[in-house]
Design a protein around this ligand. Structure first.
Ligand code: IFM
Length: 455
């Protein structure tokens, strides 16, 4: 019969997306303006994007056809509150229709409240640096929970909060393009507070989820497996220290703040009410390993060089190292840090030709399975992404979709790739079988059933 890796009964399988990256028409947002300033590498703008805003029911029908039982999506604050204090009833109705379509099609819902994009008016008032910003965000959250609270089983209050704070306030790459360590710490501290408050509000106000269960809330955290580049002699030591500083100054520092209930340096060193124990689940986003090269001749962020790669490593179209064991390591670290149920809220690869994706998927699911065997309580996996989408500063040229969509096609036709079929087959079996690996990615056999990647 061949080898078989069985997943737990009731394991949740789904795909993930974000509002701005698929919906289109997010014209009252800071990213919209940023794109029109020519800041996107391939010169595109999100525009109508994949027009999920109008094609949602067609997409949900395709999820049914493919047998994908759960979906992670977002709501865009800039659509819901395009002007300060003005909530757009039509946008709220559209989100209700989208969620109802999912529910009617028996697709389980994970809803993200903040995935990096801000209303323009809010950005103009200083964005997250404004001391009143958490209060303003909470008005939006309150409204969404009141209006749409009956639909989600899972709430992601914030998606990868360290990305907008690092890239937007320290690295100067994303809006609002600031380069300030002080602002980075301040904004991250504020996002910790936003999460704690949103968590409380969801549990105070959201009705039971479909099926009568208590809705679950958490964040989706971007975890990379960070390794020092060199290990010998003095330069190696500098890199060990740099790797530690990088981890603790970002996601480990955030996680430890949640565990202790107290923002850690550089996020403010203060008690944050209700932060402790504010995860019902840990959302893990994992894509790659970072090899950290330390360059003391630089004086800014470039000191921490994460872009240069050791030779002989396979990279994705994003230039990211493919390193499946990092997934297992991150899952075990997260499990040991929190001892809470884990959902993989994102994992995937930019691969326009769909050549590498089948083995990437199989290798990573093997590592996930290994973490379950090692005792981690992992409840579900959402693949990034359901379809091709707008990849932020990279534009449309980086394609993460199980389903291909050409943004220049007037009809924006959806074309499932071979990996979409592979994912369907895994879900139908609730297992990875040797036959499936042989059919879709025979080169992955040793990394699924053998010793490769077992470090
Ligand atoms: O597209 C992004 C997503 O918005 C957040 N996590 C990583 C993905 C791939 O870069």
């Amino acid at each position: 019969m061949g080898d078989r890796l069985e997943f737990p009964k009731n394991f949740v399988w789904g795909t993930a997306t974000a509002g701005h990256q698929i919906e289109g028409h997010n014209s009252a947002s800071d990213w919209w303006v940023f794109e029109h300033e020519g800041k996107i590498h391939d010169g595109t703008v999100s525009g109508r994007c994949m027009d999920y805003w109008n094609k949602y029911d067609e997409d949900h029908a395709l999820m049914n056809t493919l047998g994908y039982p759960a979906f992670r999506l977002g709501v865009e604050w800039a659509k819901v509150e395009p002007r300060d204090g003005h909530f757009d009833a039509q946008a709220i109705e559209r989100y209700r229709a989208i969620l109802k379509s999912l529910k009617d099609r028996n697709i389980r819902i994970c809803l993200t409240l903040y995935h990096w994009v801000l209303p323009l008016w809010f950005a103009a008032k200083g964005g997250w640096t404004n001391p009143a910003s958490a209060d303003r965000f909470m008005k939006f959250v309150d409204l969404i929970v009141d209006e749409l609270g009956e639909y989600p089983e899972w709430w992601v209050t914030l998606n990868e909060p360290l990305v907008p704070s690092l890239a937007g306030y320290l690295g100067g790459e994303f809006p609002p393009e600031k380069k300030s360590f002080k602002l980075y710490g301040e904004v991250t501290g504020r996002l910790l507070e936003c999460h704690a408050r949103a968590y409380q509000l969801i549990h105070r106000k959201a009705p039971p989820a479909p099926g009568g269960t208590r809705p679950l809330a958490g964040i989706a955290q971007a975890y990379q497996w960070i390794e020092p580049w060199g290990s010998d002699g003095l330069p190696g030591m500098a890199e060990q220290v740099a790797a530690r500083v990088f981890r603790h100054g970002s996601f480990v520092g955030w996680d430890e703040s949640v565990v202790s209930g107290r923002a850690q340096f550089p996020f403010g060193s203060r008690e944050i009410p209700n932060l402790q124990n504010s995860y019902d689940f840990c959302g893990v986003n994992y894509y790659f390993r970072m090899s950290l090269k330390f360059d003391p001749s630089k004086t800014d962020m470039a000191m921490m060089d994460t872009a240069t790669m050791p030779d002989g490593i396979e990279k994705t179209e994003m230039g990211w190292q493919i390193y499946p064991p990092g997934f297992h390591k991150i899952l075990m670290e997260t499990w040991n840090r929190f001892r809470k149920p884990i959902y993989i809220t994102e994992n995937g690869i930019a691969d326009s030709a769909d050549k590498v994706r089948p083995r990437y998927l199989l290798w990573h699911l093997r590592q996930l399975h290994r973490a379950i065997q090692d005792g981690a309580d992992i409840r579900g996996y959402f693949h990034w992404s359901f379809m091709d989408n707008f990849e932020w500063k990279e534009g449309f040229c980086k394609q993460f979709g199980l389903v291909a969509v050409d943004h220049t096609d007037p009809a924006l036709a959806r074309r499932p790739r071979r990996s979409a079929e592979l994912f369907s087959a895994i879900i139908a079996e609730n297992a990875i079988t040797e036959d499936l690996v042989r059919e879709y990615a025979p080169e992955a056999l040793d990394g699924v059933f053998g010793d490769q990647w077992m470090e």
